[in-house]
Design a protein around this ligand. Structure first.
Ligand code: HEC
Ligand code: HEC
Ligand code: HEC
Ligand code: HEC
Ligand code: HEC
Ligand code: HEC
Length: 404
């Protein structure tokens, strides 16, 4: 009997570990590949035929053997330098654009990216999923991956419940087969109640506890990994500021022009954050007694600038110029920042990833009206194609335009 019990414990452990690993591997196939793709590749590649910076990756698993893809992703320049004809042709076709090397990803991880791409191709057949894929790419975040994870966790939960029920039945049957006065007593208890009782015993079972602990560790580990992948993208970031300055009040209710404070936004690269002196134009008279306004006075007295916390922040490797977009391009602040005039606290609404910049450059027509600089370009462009002149046609996808 003790041997039976031990056997049962061991098999219980084995089954639990098996289910946990099956579930996590499945979730990983989908979610890890998706995460890696969205955080690295989607800046330059679509999962469709569409060209972003590099070729669309639809059907890549049929086009190239997986070993080639792995070698390529690890070091594209090395493959080109080796004289591989396919790679050299591709490189020339894409104007010698250099793909980033990813030596850090294992073959299994790269395979999971390809599996994710293949899965998207099948998903495109369904119209709804197709729309998501086409418009999707980088800014969409990881809501999709998140969903998958919840489904996997739910499935896992169901599996564990089924397991508990099955084991209870097994142990009830074992009891039935050993006829002692005790167990005859047991037979009179209704089946459901017996299952419930056995369930309670099961939770006290140490093998079950170990299994559950293992499972939870696996899930937490995965969640941590996933959030680590998201580091660097700050969409939704809305830090607390040293003074409770409200755009909703100033730009919204009092309709103070954005340029009154952000003086550089139509003229130069940076928009500028106003100095305390600009606040004083009004606040030397308005609401002097407010503790928040007192902070402005203190800053001026001590000659220490107000320590505003920066919300939007591109990495140094990228170059962005406001005047080019607001003044020349004729874009509104809301195109990139959302409805600032309705925000009590400023929040970053766009992802600010490279894919975000590129996506807009591919879609947006150049605002050429009344700009003599573009007349010749527009003429030339119209003689070649009926497509409207987009930012990508004036060099908006060239690496050197955005990277020093
Ligand atoms: C900075 C842009 C960029 C990034 C990021 C990037 N690629 Fe590329 N990729 C390219 C370009 C451009 C090419 C075309 C060849 C060339 O010009 O070097 C290419 C080619 C490829 C090819 C061959 C495509 C074909 O049609 O045969 C594969 C596969 C590929 N990339 C996979 C990836 C994967 C996977 C990632 C993410 C881990 C990634 N790339 C990230 C720019 C990029
Ligand atoms: C009265 C002055 C004032 C006006 C008017 C104003 N702002 Fe601001 N803005 C500020 C100050 C001060 C900050 C820094 C504190 C903060 O983030 O709230 C700021 C921050 C911002 C930021 C975030 C900067 C960062 O750190 O990334 C954006 C974006 C912004 N403003 C856009 C706008 C837009 C768009 C308008 C017009 C609809 C506008 N502002 C009008 C004073 C002003
Ligand atoms: C063009 C005029 C103007 C400028 C410039 C201006 N404000 Fe204001 N501010 C106002 C008005 C009007 C109110 C509303 C006063 C009221 O509620 O009676 C206000 C209210 C405030 C309040 C809320 C005070 C409270 O306790 O209710 C804060 C905080 C504030 N401003 C901070 C700033 C800061 C910081 C700057 C500079 C970046 C600034 N303001 C620039 C006009 C201005
Ligand atoms: C094409 C997109 C785009 C448009 C349009 C745009 N911004 Fe920005 N804005 C950005 C980006 C990207 C950053 C981050 C820049 C960086 O970190 O170098 C930024 C940063 C800022 C900042 C922080 C300070 C700075 O200069 O970095 C302020 C303030 C700001 N924008 C205000 C505005 C206002 C006001 C308008 C409208 C008149 C506007 N922006 C229009 C994309 C845009
Ligand atoms: C329209 C502007 C734009 C163009 C064109 C552009 N990039 Fe970028 N790139 C960015 C911005 C913005 C970032 C920073 C945000 C991010 O990491 O996604 C960036 C980031 C990068 C990074 C760092 C990625 C990382 O994860 O840290 C690399 C590498 C890169 N770009 C390569 C290229 C190459 C190669 C090309 C040309 C094929 C190119 N970029 C074209 C705007 C651009
Ligand atoms: C909402 C759409 C939009 C977004 C988002 C956007 N841009 Fe642009 N960008 C434009 C438009 C429109 C122009 C054309 C302006 C003109 O007429 O010269 C442009 C032009 C440019 C140019 C000059 C291109 C050339 O060949 O003259 C650079 C560089 C640039 N953008 C960088 C960036 C970077 C970096 C980002 C992301 C941080 C970004 N843009 C995000 C719309 C956008």
């Amino acid at each position: 009997m003790t041997i039976m019990k031990r056997l049962k414990n061991v098999s219980l452990m084995a089954i639990l570990v098996f289910f946990a690993s099956v579930a996590s591997v499945k979730a990983q196939d989908n979610a890890e590949g998706e995460q890696i793709f969205k955080n690295n590749c989607s800046t330059c590649h679509a999962v469709t035929d569409e060209v972003v910076v590099g070729p669309g990756l639809k059907g890549i698993s049929q086009r190239r053997p997986i070993e080639w893809i792995v070698t390529w992703v690890h070091n594209p320049q090395a493959v080109i330098a080796s004289g591989d004809k396919y790679a050299v042709d591709l490189y020339n076709k894409y104007n010698k654009a250099q793909m980033t090397a990813y030596p850090g990803y294992s073959a299994a991880q790269i395979t999971s990216v390809i599996a994710y791409i293949d899965a998207q191709v099948t998903a495109v057949v369904a119209p709804v999923a197709g729309a998501v894929v086409a418009g999707a790419a980088p800014a969409a975040g990881s809501s999709n991956g998140g969903m998958m994870q919840y489904v996997m966790i739910a499935l896992l939960g169901v599996m564990v419940l089924v397991l508990v029920a099955l084991l209870s039945i097994v142990s009830s049957l074992t009891k039935l087969s050993t006829i002692t006065p005790d167990s005859i007593e047991g037979q009179k208890i209704p089946l459901l109640q017996r299952i419930a009782e056995n369930g309670k015993k099961l939770t006290a079972n140490s093998a079950f506890k170990t299994g559950a602990a293992l499972l939870i560790t696996l899930l937490i580990g995965k969640a941590t990994l996933d959030s680590a992948y998201g580091i660097g993208i700050h969409q939704g970031y809305a830090p607390e500021q040293p003074i409770q300055f409200s755009h909703k009040l100033h730009a919204g209710q009092y309709e103070i022009n954005c340029t009154y404070c952000h003086t550089g936004v139509y003229k130069g690269k940076g928009a500028n954050i106003p100095s305390a002196n600009i606040c004083m134009n009004c606040h030397n008279a308005i609401k002097r007694e407010s503790p928040e306004i007192q902070k402005i006075y203190r800053s001026l007295e001590k000659d220490e600038p107000i320590q505003w916390v920066r919300v939007h922040n591109l990495p140094d490797l990228a170059y962005f110029n406001h005047a080019q977009h607001t003044n020349v391009g004729g874009l509104e602040c809301t195109n990139c920042h959302g409805e600032i005039a309705k925000m009590e606290v400023v929040q970053q609404r766009s992802s600010l990833t490279m894919g975000w910049c590129i996506d807009c450059h591919r879609k947006t027509e150049v605002n050429a009206k009344g700009n003599a600089y573009y007349d010749k370009l527009v003429e030339l462009h119209n003689s070649e194609t009926k497509e409207p002149l987009k930012v990508q046609n004036i060099g908006g996808l060239e690496c050197s335009k955005c990277h020093y």
